[in-house]
Ligand binder design. Sequence first.
Ligand SMILES: NC(=O)c1ccc[n+]([C@@H]2O[C@H](COP(=O)([O-])OP(=O)(O)OC[C@H]3O[C@@H](n4cnc5c(N)ncnc54)[C@H](O)[C@@H]3O)[C@@H](O)[C@H]2O)c1
Length: 442
Amino acid sequence: MHIVMIGTGYVGLVSGACFADFGHQVTCVDKDASKIDGLHQGRMPIWEPGLEAIVSHNVQKGRLTFTTELKPAIDTADAVFIAVGTPTRRGDGHADLTYVYAAAKEIAGALVKPAVIVTKSTVPVGTGDEIAKILADNHAPEGTSVASNPEFLREGAAIRDFKIPDRIVVGAEDEHAREVLREIYRPLFLNKAPILFTGRRTAELIKYAANAFLATKISFINEIADLCEVVGGDVQEVARGIGLDNRIGPKFLHAGPGYGGSCFPKDTLALLQTADRYGVPMKIVGSVVAVNDERKNKMADRVREALGGSLEGKKVGVLGLTFKPNTDDMRDAPSLSLIAKLQEGGATVAAFDPVGIDAARPLLENVDFVADAYAAASDADALVLVTEWDEFRALDLRKLAGAMRGKALIDLRNVYEADEVVRAGLSYRGIGVPVAILSAAA
Ligand SMILES: NC(=O)c1ccc[n+]([C@@H]2O[C@H](COP(=O)([O-])OP(=O)(O)OC[C@H]3O[C@@H](n4cnc5c(N)ncnc54)[C@H](O)[C@@H]3O)[C@@H](O)[C@H]2O)c1
């Protein structure tokens, strides 16, 4: 199959490289010439474990190419995937479909023979219908069809997720589109990956329903964590206790600073906008969004409390900036609101992240970006662990304590054992563990 992938970001590049690895001929197109230039020189535009190896292998095999020009790439395409961004539209929470519709229009102008146009971007229900209309209005060849194939990969584990997915969802309205997508994903059937064929609108909804459900699990356990802190429970044990129930499952039950990233915040907002537009209130998702916003805003209070009630003139070290480990993605990262609140309260911030500093720099003002965790701890009154990168798990706690001016360690991911932290001479505040008990230990 010859596949054109429009958009060479986290989803487009991973999907394009994996499709090439399956043996398909793939052309990745992006408007951003610097990304394409970099890829021609073997430089990855994103940080994703294993990506560079799979890209370079398939480039060498001649199955994967990169270009800024859609028209020449599309001549022989069986399928054209749209994997451009769908960020939150400024001001109203809707998904901004500008890039998707622009891509559809460009495809219509470039196609010389019919192809299956596949939306991989996360798009609100009905977007496929609109794409079909744009294609027809702009004289796409007769027989061109539109399908939805939402992507469920997680950054940081994207290649594994793409190659060993829990399921593949294909929403299509005609047999030809189903056949082309079945053929594209056929190599995965060996792994027994289930492929679920649905209508186009249903497939679009599945993606939002999945993300809203996962976000709900996170907000739910975060509320349980708050209760644990007051009543004397341990949220990690509660999560294990409920997660062992097969009906609930253990995943997405890690209490923390609130969800961030490029998907959950924008997709929950967009789902609410869809619900509103069709007059079907979604009170649960509305609460999930509110709980998460409030939680992110309250994380700085934990630091303030650990510092005796004021941030003024204090120095805070921050460990981890990206929204989760193993990615350089800073979109809606909890570190952003935390650092803004710390600064508002009068604190200065030194921060370290193993790979996210370049992406974080344009988003954060007056932060001292340092070279390692010990430098972030140096002379700090408090140290906050925000992103649970593996390398933070093995830090020498006594060395950290020795570098700090104050003694407060605030662990927003429950990475450390409270006893060990206290033995190293620091006070400990985790998430969802009784505050009073740990303060006393300090
Ligand atoms: N990032 C994730 O983990 C993830 C997971 C599942 C689904 N998604 C969804 O996938 C979509 C893409 O997300 P992403 O994180 O890969 O975005 P991204 O911002 O990393 O990449 C989008 C790319 O599209 C390019 N682009 C925009 N318009 C273009 C056009 N007309 N022609 C060519 N290139 C164009 C941009 O230059 C950019 O490189 C979104 O809808 C997102 O919600 C993302």
